[in-house]
Design a protein around this ligand. Structure first.
Ligand SMILES: [Zn+2]
Length: 243
C-alpha cells in the first residue's frame, strides 16, 4: 500500500516535469478551455499540486500550507526575458508569447499577483528567467512535443523548482524553458509553464490533464495567490480569476 502510493507520487511527480505534455493540441487558440472545478475541487487541486509537494532530492523543513512567490501583489514577480538574438524569428516568437502570458496572468489574477517583465537580469531577489530552445528532453527520447517546454532550476535541466524554509521560492532563477528545436511552442504551453513557475508542481484536471490551461487552472492559481502563503487546505478561501 505504502509502496504503491509512493510509485503513484513519483509518477505524478515525473508527469509534472514534462512541461508541454498534452498541452499543445487542445488549446492552441489562446483561449481558456472549459474545464471547470467546484470549490471543493479547487481546494483539492491546490493541495495536490502545491501544498503536498515534497522535494525528493533536497527535502525542505517548511511550515504547513501553501508555498509561493511571497508578498504579492505588492512585491512583483520579476520575469527576465532576454533580448531575442537578432534576426532569430523563433526567439522573437517565444519572447512575444512570454509577454502575452504575463499580460494574461496579470489580467486574470489582478489584485492577487503582478508579474513584471524586465530586460536585464535582476540584481536582488528571486526571479523567473525565460530560456529559448532550452526545454529538457530526456536522454533517448524523441518525443519532442511532449517535452516542448518545462520549468526547472536550469537551462536544459529537468529538476523541479523548490520551496524554501519559509514557504517562499528557493530556486533562483526559476527557468521557463521554451522549445527544443523540434516542437510547436503554443501560447497555451507558455501560459501553462508559468503556472509551474508560480508553484503548481503537479498536473490536475484542466492543467496538463486534458487541457493545458482552463478555468479550473485559473481558479486554482487565484486561490493560491488570493490567500497568504502558508495557508493550510482547511483555511483556504476559494478565489476565482477575473474574466
Ligand atoms: Zn506541465
Amino acid at each position: 500500500m505504502k509502496f504503491s502510493l509512493m510509485v503513484a507520487t513519483l509518477f505524478t511527480f515525473a508527469l509534472s516535469a514534462c512541461g508541454g505534455g498534452n498541452s499543445g493540441s487542445s488549446n492552441s487558440n489562446n483561449q481558456p478551455t472549459i474545464t471547470t472545478a467546484t470549490d471543493t475541487e479547487i481546494i483539492a487541486n491546490v493541495k495536490s499540486s502545491n501544498i503536498d509537494f515534497l522535494p525528493i532530492i533536497y527535502p525542505v523543513n517548511r511550515p504547513a500550507g501553501t508555498w509561493r512567490w511571497p508578498s504579492t501583489p505588492n512585491q512583483h514577480v520579476l520575469v527576465y526575458i532576454p533580448a531575442p538574438a537578432s534576426g532569430n524569428a523563433t526567439e522573437q516568437d517565444y519572447a512575444s508569447k512570454a509577454q502575452n502570458a504575463i499580460t494574461q496572468i496579470n489580467t486574470k489574477l489582478r489584485n492577487f499577483l503582478v508579474l513584471e517583465p524586465v530586460s536585464a537580469i535582476p540584481v536582488n531577489g528571486n526571479f523567473i528567467q525565460v530560456g529559448y530552445g532550452t526545454s529538457f528532453v530526456p536522454v533517448g527520447s524523441t518525443d519532442y512535443q511532449s517535452y516542448c517546454a518545462n520549468v526547472s532550476e536550469g537551462l536544459n535541466l529537468g529538476n523541479v523548482i523548490q520551496p524554501d524554509s519559509q514557504n517562499g521560492i528557493k530556486s533562483n532563477p526559476v527557468y521557463v524553458n521554451l522549445g527544443n528545436g523540434h516542437c510547436d511552442v503554443t501560447q497555451a504551453i507558455v501560459v501553462h509553464e508559468f503556472g509551474h513557475a508560480l508553484g503548481l508542481a503537479n498536473h490536475f484536471n484542466g492543467f496538463g490533464i486534458g487541457d493545458s490551461t482552463s478555468t479550473a487552472f485559473w481558479d486554482v492559481l487565484a486561490t493560491l495567490y488570493g490567500n497568504p502563503q502558508s495557508t493550510t487546505a482547511n483555511n483556504l478561501i476559494v478565489r476565482h480569476a477575473a474574466n
